[in-house]
Design a binder for this molecule. Structure first.
Ligand SMILES: [Zn+2]
Length: 84
């Protein structure tokens, strides 16, 4: 069986972080743990339980920065995509 139903909720490295503003980033894109930004914006690692609960509530948690990079690459490769 190749049931990957839940894998979309898990980053490849298994770690996602969010802050009090609801921003979500993976380890490479989140601020360093213990840095001023980390503390100031109240970053914390998202537990797998929190991720599953968020998914059940209709939220798919994924790194916003990776999403931006992916979206930008998609835009670069698809000039015909309509903007608006
Ligand atoms: Zn990322």
């Amino acid at each position: 069986m190749h049931d990957t139903n839940d894998s979309r909720f898990l980053a490849p490295d298994g770690a996602l972080y969010w802050n009090e503003h609801g921003a979500v980033n993976c380890r490479p894109h989140a601020p360093g743990e213990g840095t001023d930004t980390w503390i100031w914006e109240r970053w914390a690692q998202i537990s797998s339980t929190e991720r599953i609960e968020a998914a059940r509530a209709g939220y798919v948690l994924a790194c916003e920065t990776c999403d931006c990079i992916t979206a930008r690459k998609a835009a670069e490769h698809g000039e015909a995509v309509s903007r608006g």
